[in-house]
Ligand binder design. Sequence first.
Ligand code: ZN
Ligand code: ZN
Length: 189
Amino acid sequence: MNKIDFDVLKAYLVDKESHRYIQENILHIDAPKRGGGFKTMEILHSYGVKKEHKGVLAKYNVNEDNIISLLNESNQNLDEINSNDNYIEGATQVRLVNSYERNPEARKKCISIFGAICQACGFNFNKVYGQAAKGYIEVHHIIPISTLKKGYTVNPEKDLVPLCSNCHSVAHKKNPPYSVAEIKAMIAS
Ligand SMILES: [Zn+2]
Ligand SMILES: [Zn+2]
């Protein structure tokens, strides 16, 4: 792992810094108020780090050798929480993505099939935010985790779908999630 990636991961996982703060102070790239922090997000995503990981290693003494295994351990804990429920209710609702949505291989396959375009509303991060957000999209796992059998392997074409952050949040407003067709209908009405 290179030094910059480590500093970015540490700032997010241990020091709970914001995407924008990291972008300005560690990556030394401008981070405008709107859409700032996408470079940070890109690096974090390449390690499977998402919103729910912020500060997750706050109590640990991390270094370049142990940070990934500590992150994996925290993922297992998050998966356990996630297998019971897709939400943690609270003042600010945090949506936990499941491990299939985080799986980088499956994500890549899904995006190569559908493109980095929201399949519900057509949102394209690259078009709206420009180069900094190129290729950014969230990947949603259509099948509710609770119905999966042991030994299940994800089918990136049938089981996963790229969604923008808004549509993805709406999808998880109920459990099992709203279908893409249902979200399309909401937008159309
Ligand atoms: Zn969308
Ligand atoms: Zn999802």
